[in-house]
Design a protein around this ligand. Structure first.
Ligand code: NAP
Length: 335
């Protein structure tokens, strides 16, 4: 018998409990149209006390009232990485990608749709773009918006931000909400959990009504619940800071990869850091790195600054060497 705790033992207010009860029943039935007799359902796990933590304890099995239906478009490296956490938090996850990722999706508990029309007809509340920066425009233009609900939240996780912001504002129907985000971590740096890792977001266009505000909040809460450091910042500021930090990090990693670092038994800690940097950045696709360069207006300036810094260092070294030689020459002549 599906049992709910008595009002005495449950800290959730009665109206909320009733809402919760019907949501849970909906989740078990899958659809309201199914005929269902709650009395016949045996769910022993539910007999444990239902407190505020019920969501985290049972979320892998039960859709909570806060759970979202999230569609991921671009089910590559990052799409799959984020999907794992969405599923573990009890959200319903759908995916579409250029390649067939249906086997991986099935293993992760994600429904894969090779046709974007079919995915949109599932009416996800959130559509999250996880495609490469370079393909974003063509992928966005290929989404059949008319099959989505009039109010849908569009999110992107691109590593550049002004570009998707302008694209969303230009291409998406006006009724859609827009949230631009950048998890400042990926499958490599976030493999041991997301606690303390920065998550940048910009609420570019979120409608005023409670449902839209709550939907955006519930989406952001996915990351907050994992312990991410939530940073609200404009897309323009993001691109400025990211060019100075992330783009330079990737550039150094790729230079050192080409340089060919080798490990030996006397590696210093600093050298180990460099080896790790190469490992972290080389696993990302070249498309990603190229996207950071092409679609961040500040990247070229940073690249030039880096080159000047390298030349200036080289000049200082050669200058010192030259004065040493000259001193030695004078000394030899003096002798
Ligand atoms: P990526 O190489 O930037 O993107 C791979 C994804 O893009 C795959 O889903 C791929 O689809 C799709 N794609 C590539 N070219 C396409 C095309 N011409 N048409 C349609 N789809 C195309 O690798 P990623 O690391 O997974 O990054 C995905 C996004 O997350 C990027 O925008 C990146 O900036 C952002 N991001 C990355 C990290 C990170 O640490 N890697 C962290 C935060 C944010 P198929 O797999 O179906 O071919």
């Amino acid at each position: 018998m599906l049992s709910f705790p008595s009002s005495k033992s449950c800290p959730i207010a009665k109206p909320a409990r009733q809402h919760l009860r019907s949501s849970l029943l909906d989740s078990f039935c899958g659809s309201k149209s199914l005929s269902f007799n709650p009395k016949s359902l045996q769910i022993k796990a539910m007999e444990a006390s239902l407190d505020y933590h019920f969501g985290t304890q049972l979320q892998t099995h039960i859709k909570t009232p806060t759970s979202l239906k999230i569609a991921i478009i671009g089910f590559g490296n990052v799409g799959q990485f984020l999907a794992k956490t969405f599923v573990s938090q009890g959200h319903t996850v759908l995916a579409h990608s250029r390649s067939d990722h249906s086997d991986t999706a099935a293993k992760l508990g994600v429904s894969f749709f090779s046709d974007p029309h079919d995915l949109c007809e599932e009416h996800p509340e959130v559509v999250m773009l996880c495609t490469s920066i370079l393909s974003t425009k063509s992928v966005l233009e290929s989404i059949p918006f008319q099959r989505l609900r009039r109010s849908t939240l569009f999110v992107d996780v691109l590593s550049v931000k002004e570009f998707p912001r302008s694209l969303f504002l230009e291409i998406l129907p006006e009724e859609f909400d827009i949230l631009c985000t950048h998890p400042m971590f990926g499958p490599e740096s976030g493999k041991n959990g997301w606690a303390g890792l920065p998550f940048m977001y910009d609420k570019v266009r979120i409608g005023n009504d409670d449902i839209r505000i709550s939907r955006c909040g519930r989406f952001l809460d996915v990351f907050a619940r994992e312990g991410c450091r939530m940073v609200e910042m404009s897309c323009a500021d993001h691109d400025k800071y990211a060019a100075e930090s992330q783009f330079i990090t990737h550039t150094m990693g790729r230079i050192l990869e080409r340089f060919g670092l080798e490990s030996s038994s006397i590696n210093t800690q600093g050298y180990e850091t460099l080896l790790k940097l190469v490992e972290n950045t080389a696993k990302d696709s070249f498309d990603l790195y190229y996207g950071l360069f092409i679609y961040n207006n500040n990247a070229m300036e940073q690249l030039e600054k880096l080159e000047l810094a390298f030349q200036s260092l080289k000049r200082e070294l050669s200058g010192n060497l030259q004065s040493l030689y000259s001193r030695q020459l004078f000394e030899d002549e003096g002798e």
